[in-house]
Design a protein around this ligand. Structure first.
Ligand SMILES: [Zn+2]
Length: 410
């Protein structure tokens, strides 16, 4: 493959954006202007930067990820170049293509391209949903959309204002009413004079011709991306997240097929949880709260039992060091206090099991318990620390070896 002239030598002014006129077109023909190797590898596919005279591939811009798809030379339609990313620089669109063929592309070749329309349409639904929502937010509250991110799994929208729970719920209802109303959506380049009379939303200072996305009486916004031709095609807009963000707020939404996918996941979770808990899904919240309450009560009961058992063991034991299978720190600490009251010499409790290691709380009423950690470290993998009177940490060894060690300490 012959590298093309460098970008600096290029004389073309811009790439013709075919998606501007028809967001629903899926295939096109174009002429190769430049083809530049980016990575040639023995092990993975060769990757090139391809510039065409025109394209349907929407580049990553304005917070939206790019279109993907395939390109083939018209002379050999079986030769596939995968378009893995598209970007725009100085109004020229660059396709990053990965070669799945031994065929080559050269400047002057005619190619046919096909975009992944499932991905494109999904993006159109999310992006149009954002316009509807931001238009309504702007009309009702006067807040601006100051950030937008649309990737293959997330849509976030940032506003320079915050909302109450009630307002969030009302906004979602308003947006879905606008979707159902099937408002027409038009994208056009108004003249400078026309533009003066349009009150449009815009995130940044724009240069060059301004493309307006007009949604009936809902919204006018400067935007370069493909949108659906009416609001109904958005299908459904669901807010799935809201947080305070940089002095304003951030919404996470799903629209159209993503909303359906989200509903399916949540429906499955609800159905499974309902089945496990044997309650209708409408009673799930109550059932989970009651389970949590029950669990906390049982934990408290268990803790009380541990306190009694470990206290009694500590009181009755003739040993100064105990090894107990429990994870109840509170009960262990209480047991160590009892051992310390009984003895002026070092004492303490190791608790846990061979698999996860043994945690310990050790004390020395009239000496320095930290010496015990030094001795543990001489024999085992051990970490820990504390004050002279009491130390805590973890040691990794077996019950038998730990037992021998504590017998020698005693
Ligand atoms: Zn837009």
């Amino acid at each position: 493959m012959t590298p093309s002239p460098s970008r600096a030598k290029r004389t073309m002014k811009h790439t013709e954006k075919l998606y501007d006129n028809d967001a629903y077109a899926t295939s096109f023909s174009a002429t190769v202007l430049e083809i530049t190797p980016i990575k040639i590898s023995e092990t993975c596919s060769d990757v090139y930067d391809l510039v065409l005279d025109k394209t349907l591939f929407f580049p990553e811009a304005g917070g939206q990820t790019s279109d993907k798809g395939i390109i083939s030379p018209e002379s050999d339609s079986n030769a596939i170049f995968e378009v893995i990313h598209t970007s725009i620089e100085n109004d020229i669109i660059h396709h990053t293509i990965s070669a799945h063929t031994t065929s080559e592309l050269h400047p002057g070749d005619i190619v046919s391209g096909e975009i992944n329309f499932e991905l494109r349409y999904n993006n159109m639904q999310q992006h149009t949903g954002e316009h509807i929502f931001s238009g309504i937010v702007h009309k009702i509250y006067g807040y601006d959309n100051v950030g937008f991110h649309l990737s293959e799994d997330i849509v976030t929208m940032d506003y320079n204002g915050e909302f109450t729970k009630h307002q969030i719920s009302e906004l979602e209802i308003c947006a879905n009413e606008a979707i159902v109303a099937c408002h027409p959506i038009t994208c056009y380049y108004p003249s400078d004079k026309e533009l003066e009379n349009i009150d449009y939303r815009c995130k940044k200072e724009l240069t060059g011709p301004i493309r307006i996305v007009h949604i009936d009486d809902i919204d006018d916004c400067a935007c370069c991306a493909p949108h659906t031709k009416n609001t109904s095609e958005v299908g459904l807009l669901k807010i799935v997240g809201y947080e305070r963000y940089k002095g304003g707020s951030r919404f996470t939404i799903v629209c159209g097929t993503r909303a359906l996918k989200d509903y399916r996941v949540k429906q499955k979770i609800c159905t499974n949880a309902s089945s496990v808990l044997s309650v209708p899904y409408t009673e799930l919240e109550e059932a989970v709260s009651s389970l949590l309450k029950e669990r906390n009560e049982l934990r408290q009961k268990l803790h009380n039992m541990n306190m009694t058992e470990i206290s009694q063991t500590a009181e009755k034991s003739s040993k100064r060091f105990l090894i107990i299978d429990t994870d109840d720190d509170g009960a262990v600490r209480n047991g160590v206090n009892i051992l310390m009251e009984k003895s002026d010499t070092p004492c303490g409790i190791f608790f846990g099991n061979d698999k996860d290691g043994y945690r310990f709380i050790l004390g020395h009423k009239n000496g320095d318990a930290r010496e015990l950690i030094t001795r543990l470290k001489e024999s085992f993998e051990c970490r820990g620390g504390g004050k002279p009177q009491m130390v805590q940490g973890q040691v990794f060894t077996s019950y038998d070896d730990l037992n021998k060690f504590t017998d020698n300490l005693s």
